[in-house]
Design a protein around this ligand. Sequence first.
Ligand code: HEC
Length: 155
Amino acid sequence: MNVRWLGAAALAGAVAVAGGLWLSGQDARAAGLFPYRDAAAVARGAEVYAEYCASCHGADLEGEPNWRDRNPDGTMPAPPHDETGHTWHHPDVQLFAITKQGIEAIVGGDYRSSMIGFGDVLSDTEILEVLGYIKSTWPEEIQERHDALNRATAP
Ligand code: HEC
């Protein structure tokens, strides 16, 4: 992961798109953009995950083996999306932008990654739901820390 992502201008657009879909009240706003407490949305997100994400990030969100070590071609393996990884270190807007645009577009320069953008394949709602599913699997303490991160980084 990379602090340069924090400055990615593309994120502002992602917030505008994502924000309109889920934020209906003060509580929802406080918890961020992902519908991780909405059982139906989480169930749909789990299906998207199994179809589009599990092949790299693992059926149980465990990531690839030795995910901290670079591949021989210089790219990074897929990290876990459970609480042992660093997905929860990033606020909703960043995770949304990564999933929609891919990591190369977010990091820029000549950075190479097999994490493609899913913007052509998944709707914004599907992206929010799959990320909501991922967040729904985190322990409550991690969810709360992630909610706090969203509040601290809200534009
Ligand atoms: C072809 C393999 C592949 C698929 C399929 C894939 N990813 Fe990834 N993903 C990666 C890799 C590899 C990385 C790490 C890339 C890097 O650091 O350069 C990554 C990173 C990420 C990150 C950043 C996580 C972090 O902790 O920094 C998110 C979020 C993410 N993926 C979400 C998804 C979602 C959601 C899906 C399904 C819609 C998905 N990915 C499908 C390979 C994949």
